[in-house]
Design a protein around this ligand. Structure first.
Ligand SMILES: [Zn+2]
Length: 291
């Protein structure tokens, strides 16, 4: 495997060294099937990993592990990249008793607040690739019994990946600023069987880089508190999501944040803000190991 270095490389520090030390007990960098991924160490049967943009076959602005069919990348290359991610999960992340091939379910994300069960979404014939726009959804719940053989694949290029882990099931959410403001974290909590006790915040636009207008900043301050607005013009989406997670009962010490800003680390992640609309999407993959 050739790992592509991007000319926008801002740091020579390897990925593991860029993860906030406070998050390293839960998040570690692994190589699965030749792909460097961030694995979350979660209790019970729950498994989550984050991909980077490195190690795939896409070229140009999509280099190289673009997982989205909804950007202007070659769909054959996207299919190869997704197959590689599925192989990575299969190689290391699944129980050997599992017989079924892994099926990646990737919803059509629209910055909304709808969260549904992965099997329910898949049963509607959705999420298998050239995603249909008729059934948008920004979060999937994964249940160890209901969703065997399925993995949720949500796609990101700045928006906040949020993983909520409970005792019975877990949810993965695409948290754009609109979705966070409109209550997607609360919706994820409602869609789960029991309350979450642990949450992971994935690589996303940090408070260093999310500059907004006065109205958006005001809306965030009104909803989440003035501490989520930095220097009057930037919003801390991580802090806002954390407020929403605490409202669901997740204790502050159980919110894991690697503090990886996609715009500051665009050699490793895609960033819509930093690179414009012509860019790819990295992923958050969630599944359960067979009992
Ligand atoms: Zn930044």
């Amino acid at each position: 495997v050739t790992f592509v270095r991007h000319d926008g490389a801002l740091s020579e520090v390897p990925l593991a060294g860029r993860i906030d030390p406070a998050a390293r007990a839960r998040l570690r960098v692994c190589e699965w099937a030749g792909l460097e991924v961030i694995e979350a160490r979660l209790p019970g049967p729950f498994r989550v990993m984050f991909t980077t943009r490195q190690g795939g076959v896409s070229a140009g602005p999509y280099a190289s592990l673009n997982l989205s069919y909804r950007v202007d990348d070659d769909p054959k290359l996207v299919a190869d990249n997704r197959a590689w991610v599925a192989a990575a999960v299969d190689s290391r992340g699944r129980d050997i008793a599992s017989q079924q091939p892994l099926r990646l379910i990737s919803p059509t994300q629209v910055h909304g607040v709808r969260v549904v069960g992965a099997a329910e979404y898949a049963a509607a014939g959705k999420g298998d690739g050239c995603d249909s726009i008729e059934d948008p959804c920004d979060g999937l719940v994964i249940h160890p019994l209901l969703d065997q053989g399925l993995a949720a694949l949500l796609l990101f290029a700045d928006c906040v990946p949020l993983v909520l882990v409970g005792e019975v099931d877990m949810a993965v959410v695409h948290g754009g600023w609109r979705g966070i403001l409109d209550g997607i974290v609360r919706q994820a909590g409602r869609a789960m069987t029991g309350p979450p006790g642990l949450a992971i915040i994935g690589p996303s636009l940090g408070p260093c880089c999310f500059t907004v207008g006065r109205e958006v900043a005001g809306a965030f301050a009104d909803r989440f508190g003035t501490h989520v607005v930095v220097e009057e013009e930037r919003v801390d989406l991580w802090a806002a999501a954390s407020v929403a997670l605490e409202e669901l009962g997740v204790r502050r010490g159980q919110i894991v944040n690697p503090r990886l800003c996609t715009a500051c680390n665009r050699d490793l992640f895609y960033s819509y803000r930093a690179e414009g609309p012509t860019t790819g999407r990295h992923g958050c993959v969630a599944w359960t190991a067979a009992a």
